[in-house]
Design a binder for this molecule. Structure first.
Ligand code: ADP
Length: 238
């Protein structure tokens, strides 16, 4: 299955009182399978709206949103349910792990809910090892650092097998150093073939990305390598 994302002249507007607010305006974007994209922009620039459209949690007012070959802007309801379950996984700022389940159980549970019960435990353990948590599988969230909890959340998103991962401010609750580590884990997953789209307002962290899409007032105002070129972790300003 292709996991490319295409937006064609997409706008999302809200009616507020007697006026209209554009959360996104005339956005054209192509994100290819295996790309690691960071979306930057100040609060209110449309970042969450963009992720929600890609994840079929919201629909465009005008234009086309095509994800993994499905035109979700016009898909019927039952197809959207399937799409949400099988195509896009979300990672949030606040981890959202079950506190009463271990790291392994949190990931296993997600795999089972995704309808892939057979081998779910082995799959969960393998993905936790991929994000560097092989030694932590039996720990409860409260016994893990913030960065480790976020890596469990990333493992949970990846273990479902969904080809696209979107992360809304996944480093927002983490210190700079841990935030960079989490971004690196996401980048590695893109190198393994997932399409990874990350929202951050942290310009410094975004310097390790290959591609940065900047939003302002609902429009794409910049799309390319980080300004100043791609940085190595060692070059970031702590
Ligand atoms: P960001 O994630 O960059 O902070 P959002 O995508 O959340 O931005 O919001 C973009 C713009 O759309 C903001 O001006 C916001 O106030 C507006 N907006 C978002 N959701 C709604 C809504 N449900 N009703 C009215 N305006 C909204």
């Amino acid at each position: 299955m292709t996991s490319a994302v295409h937006l064609r002249n997409v706008s999302r507007r809200y009616t507020v009182g007697t006026g209209e607010v554009f959360a996104l305006r005339d956005v054209d974007l192509d994100i290819e399978q295996g790309e690691f994209v960071v979306v930057l922009g100040p609060s209110g620039s449309g970042k969450t709206t963009l992720l929600n459209l890609i994840g079929a949690l919201d629909t465009a007012s005008t234009g086309q949103v095509i994800v993994s070959g499905s035109e979700i802007s016009s898909a019927p309801r039952h197809e959207l349910f399937r799409f949400r379950r099988e195509t896009v996984s979300f990672v949030f700022q606040s981890f959202n792990l079950f506190p009463t389940l271990t790291a392994l159980e949190n990931v296993q549970c997600a795999v089972e809910i995704a309808g892939r019960a057979k081998g779910a435990k082995q799959k969960a353990a393998a993905v936790l090892a991929e994000v560097g948590l092989a030694e932590r599988v039996h720990h409860y969230p409260a016994e893990l650092s913030g960065g480790e909890q976020q890596r469990v959340a990333i493992a949970r998103a990846l273990a479902t097998g969904n080809p696209i991962l979107v992360a809304d401010e996944p480093t927002g609750d983490l210190d700079f150093h841990t935030g960079v580590q989490v971004l690196e884990v996401l980048q590695q997953q893109a190198a393994l073939g997932h399409t990874v789209i990350v929202v951050t307002h942290n310009r410094e962290i975004s310097r390790i990305a290959d591609r940065v899409i900047e939003l302002s007032g609902g429009r794409v105002v910049r799309d390319g390598p980080p300004s100043g070129g791609k940085a190595a972790v060692a070059d970031l300003h702590w």
